[in-house]
Design a protein around this ligand. Structure first.
Ligand SMILES: CC(C)(COP(=O)(O)OP(=O)(O)OC[C@H]1O[C@@H](n2cnc3c(N)ncnc32)[C@H](O)[C@@H]1OP(=O)(O)O)[C@@H](O)C(=O)NCCC(=O)NCCS
Length: 403
C-alpha cells in the first residue's frame, strides 16, 4: 500500500483531472463551453487519478488504438496522455504509482504496447519507455521550391469548413495505419484537432486528393497565419496533418500548398524524417530542417505478446535477456529468430532494459548503436550483427499522430 492510491476517475470528475493537467502544463483551464467539446475527447474508463484530501493531485489518461508494427500487424495500444501531478505534490512518487497502475492495466486489457509524447525527455525512460520513432520539423520557402508536376491523374480540392470534421477522419480510417509506427485514430482523437480549433476561431483549412479512380487517397489539414511584419505574400502555412499512403499523392499535396498564392513559407513540425522533400523541390536549399526530435515513446507492457507480434529479419537467432523492474513479469530471456520470438531458458547473448527494448522494437535504431551507447550489454560479441539484422526494419517508423 502506497501513501497515495491510484483509482479510476468516475466520469463525473474527469473535468477536475483535466483542470489539473492543464494547470500542470501552464495552460488556462477550459470554460464551460470548451469543456463541452473537450469532454468528448476522453474515452470512458481510461483515466486514473490520485486523491489527497478529496482533491485530485495526480492523473494519467489514455485512449485505445492500434499500432502498426514491423511486418504489418496492428497491435492494441494504450495511447497515454494527460499525465500530470499537481505542483504542490511533485517528487513524492505519485507519477511512479500512476505509471505502474496504468501500464499493468494496459497489459491486463490485452494492450501489449503503450505510447506517449513526452513534455520532457527526462521523465519516462525510468518507466520503461524508449524513443521508438522521430519526426522532423521542416520549413520550405515557397518562392524557391518549384515542385514540378510529375503528371499522373488526380485532383486536389479544398474542403469547406463544415467538411473539416468529417472528411479527414473518414479518409484516414479508409487507409488505416499504412506505415510502421502509425496508429489508428478513434473519434476522440479528432475532437481537439478539428472541432476545438474551429470553435476557437482558428484559421483551419483542409484539402483532399482524389485519384483517377475517384477514390479519396490523401488529405491535408493546415492553418495559415500572416505574421505582423510580413506583407501579404509572407503568409506562413503550417501543416497540422498530412496523410496519403502513396508518395506521389503526398508530393501533390505539398505542391498544392507551396503554390498557393501569397504563401511565403510552408512548415510542418511532425514530418517523417525520410520524406524526400529536398528531392521533390527544384532547389534543395528551399528546405530547411529546423530539428529532428523524439516523437513516439513506446513501452512494451507485455513483452512476450509484443515480441510475438512483429516480424524479424533473416539471421541466425539471438537470445535477449530483458530486465523490467516496473513490470517484473516481463523480465527473462527471449529467443529471437527469423520466424518469431518467444521465452526461452537458454543463456542470453545480449542483456538490456525494457526501455532499450522498446527503443529497438520498431527498428528506428540498431542494436549495435545502443550497445555502443552502453544501453545493451554484449555477452556474446558475435550476436550483435545478428541482432541488427533480426530487429532491423524495412522502413523507418513514423507515427504522424500527435496526442
Ligand atoms: C512530470 C510529472 C508528472 C512527474 O510527477 P512526479 O509525481 O513528480 O514524479 P515522481 O515523484 O513519481 O518521480 C519519479 C522519478 O522521476 C523523476 N522525475 C519526475 N519528473 C521529472 C522531471 N520533469 N525531470 C526530471 N526528473 C523527473 C523524479 O525525480 C523521480 O526520480 P527518483 O526516483 O530518482 O527520485 C510532474 O512533474 C508534472 O506534472 N509535470 C508537469 C506536467 C508534465 O510535464 N506532464 C507530463 C506530460 S507528458
Amino acid at each position: 500500500m502506497t501513501r497515495f492510491d491510484v483509482e479510476p476517475v468516475p466520469v463525473s470528475r474527469i473535468r477536475e483531472t483535466n483542470e489539473l493537467f492543464r494547470t500542470a502544463l501552464h495552460a488556462p483551464v477550459s470554460s464551460d463551453e470548451k469543456w463541452e467539446l473537450a469532454a468528448r475527447s476522453y474515452q470512458t474508463g481510461r483515466t486514473w487519478g490520485v486523491l489527497d484530501e478529496g482533491e485530485y493531485v495526480g492523473t494519467a489518461s489514455s485512449f485505445g488504438a492500434l499500432l502498426r508494427v514491423p511486418g504489418g500487424a496492428e497491435v492494441p495500444m494504450a495511447a497515454v496522455s494527460r499525465v500530470a501531478v499537481r505542483a504542490d505534490h511533485t517528487r513524492r512518487g505519485i507519477l511512479t504509482e500512476l505509471m505502474r497502475t496504468q501500464l499493468t492495466d494496459a497489459a491486463r486489457r490485452g494492450e501489449p504496447t503503450a505510447t506517449l509524447r513526452a513534455s520532457e525527455t527526462a521523465i519516462y525512460g525510468r518507466f520503461g519507455y524508449g524513443v521508438a520513432d522521430r519526426s522532423r520539423s521542416v520549413q520550405v520557402r515557397a518562392d524557391r521550391a518549384r515542385i514540378g508536376d510529375l503528371g499522373g491523374e488526380g485532383t486536389v480540392r479544398l474542403l469547406r469548413t463544415d467538411q473539416l470534421a468529417t472528411a479527414p477522419p473518414e479518409i484516414y480510417a479508409g487507409f488505416g495505419p499504412y506505415r510502421t509506427g502509425m496508429i489508428s485514430r478513434p473519434a476522440e482523437w479528432w475532437v481537439p484537432r478539428v472541432e476545438m480549433p474551429l470553435k476557437d476561431g482558428r484559421n483551419l483549412r483542409g484539402a483532399v486528393h482524389t485519384g483517377s479512380a475517384g477514390h479519396r487517397d490523401g488529405y491535408v489539414l493546415y492553418e495559415v497565419k500572416v505574421p505582423d511584419d510580413a506583407g501579404f505574400d509572407g503568409a506562413v502555412l503550417t501543416i497540422h496533418d498530412l496523410h496519403a499512403p502513396e508518395p506521389a499523392v503526398r508530393r501533390r499535396l505539398w505542391r498544392f500548398l507551396l503554390t498557393t498564392d501569397l504563401v511565403g513559407t510552408v512548415e510542418m513540425h511532425t514530418a517523417p524524417v525520410d520524406e524526400p522533400l529536398e528531392w521533390w523541390v527544384g532547389d534543395p536549399r528551399a528546405v530547411r530542417t529546423k530539428g529532428i526530435e523524439d516523437a513516439t515513446w513506446l513501452r512494451l507492457t507485455d513483452v512476450p505478446a509484443a515480441l510475438a507480434a512483429r516480424s524479424y529479419g533473416n539471421a541466425e537467432p539471438v537470445v535477449l535477456e530483458v530486465r523490467d523492474s516496473l513490470l517484473p513479469d516481463n523480465s527473462g530471456c527471449y529467443r529471437v529468430t527469423a520466424e518469431g520470438a518467444a521465452r526461452t531458458d537458454a543463456d542470453p547473448d545480449l542483456r538490456l532494459s525494457s526501455a532499450a527494448l522498446a527503443a529497438l522494437y520498431q527498428g528506428d535504431v540498431r542494436v549495435s548503436v545502443l550497445a555502443t551507447a552502453g544501453l545493451v550489454e554484449v555477452l556474446d560479441g558475435a550476436a550483435l550483427a545478428r541482432a541488427d539484422v533480426l530487429l532491423g526494419a524495412e522502413e523507418t517508423p513514423w507515427c504522424g499522430t500527435y496526442f
